[in-house]
Design a protein around this ligand. Structure first.
Ligand code: PBG
Length: 327
């Protein structure tokens, strides 16, 4: 038995053979492209901490989104940078806030794109925390009420999917109730269900100007040493009304993605975060590795682990490569 009857290399002998037996295929349908929006007009300004990423104004993000849709990418994920911050993050649910206006502009520019919005307060509060502060602590339930207002205002502006990223307990329930009570029966919730307190958000916090002014996020985001707890978080979010659950970050948490996919029947999303993106970009710029192949290897690993949806700053670049390959 075994060798020489079995030679594993037979099935690796040519690219055509490898294509035939490939177990995991990445598709443009799997990708979500994150976009950053701030006040201004005709703005498309490079973000220092994140290569090939930009700050857009609500008008110019529509042009970008239309291009993303034309590439076949099914969805964008919007992050807002308000012009002013306060204690409770009130710009986050302002009817004329940057995200609310961007949603409307994008919907005017294209009908072929799902608009997902990040629901959180960290970019909107003076503290830079994802919740509001009472007696030096994050007030969980009061924060949930505000998050529901944010989600509702995004749904009213036309968002297809709202994505709470704050990690407060019960926020999915508050959001689902607010949506149902106001007739938004079709607005989906993609919850950042298993979101870890990770160092890999560094470049994003610079891009979104959302770093905490004091302390860290460890009382609400998960301890990277835990995996059972991730399953409990995901189960709770599904019970509270999440349609899609997310694991974040992706690369240090491929085991969590895998477990989530095996255990739950709803779509599992994974967030290939800013630090993962910039590690690869920085190494490629230093001439240490080939960017395109490293990017595809990274994205395949996330898909292979079990992700149905991959949120990635590489979405445009990956979609372009996938298009070239299919021609
Ligand atoms: C907001 C939020 C963060 C990210 C997405 N939504 C930052 C954080 O929690 O500190 C990180 C995304 C990335 O690093 O690409 N809560």
């Amino acid at each position: 038995m075994g060798f020489p009857k079995i030679r594993m290399r037979r099935l690796r002998s040519s690219e055509t053979m490898r294509r035939l037996v490939r177990e995991t295929s990445l598709s443009v349908d799997d990708l979500v492209y994150p976009l950053f929006i701030r006040e201004g007009e005709g703005l498309k300004k490079p973000i220092k901490s994140m290569a090939d990423c930009f700050h857009f104004s609500p008008d110019s993000v529509a042009t970008e989104a239309a291009q993303v849709a034309a590439m076949g990418i099914p969805a964008v994920l919007l992050f807002g940078l308000p012009s002013k911050k306060d204690e409770i993050g009130s710009e986050a649910w302002a009817e004329d806030g940057v995200v609310q206006r961007a949603i409307k502009e994008i919907k005017k520019a294209t009908t072929q794109l799902l608009v997902i919005t990040d629901i959180c307060l960290c970019a909107y509060t003076e503290s830079g925390h994802c919740g509001i502060i009472k007696d030096g602590k994050i007030d969980n339930d009061a924060t949930c009420e505000l998050l529901a207002k944010v989600a509702l205002s995004h749904a009213q502006a036309g968002a297809d999917i709202v994505a709470p990223s704050d990690m407060m307990d019960g926020r999915v329930r508050y959001i689902r109730e607010a949506l149902e009570e106001n007739g938004f029966h079709e607005t989906a919730i993609m919850s950042y269900a298993a979101k870890y307190a990770s160092a890999f958000y560094g470049p994003f916090r610079d891009a979104a100007e959302s770093a905490p002014a004091f302390g860290d996020r460890k009382t609400y985001q998960m301890d990277p040493a835990n995996s059972k707890q991730a399953m409990a978080e995901i189960a709770l979010d599904i019970e509270e009304g999440a349609d899609i659950v997310m694991v974040k970050p992706a690369l240090c948490f491929l085991d969590i993605i895998h477990r989530a996919k095996q255990r739950f029947d709803c779509p599992v999303a994974a967030y290939n975060v800013s630090g993962e993106y910039m590690m690869l970009n920085t190494a490629a710029r230093a001439g240490l590795l080939d960017k395109d192949s490293a990017m595809m290897e990274m994205l395949h690993s996330i898909k292979r682990a079990g992700a149905d949806i991959i949120i990635t700053y590489f979405a445009r670049a990956a979609a372009k490569l996938l298009q070239q390959k299919s021609r």
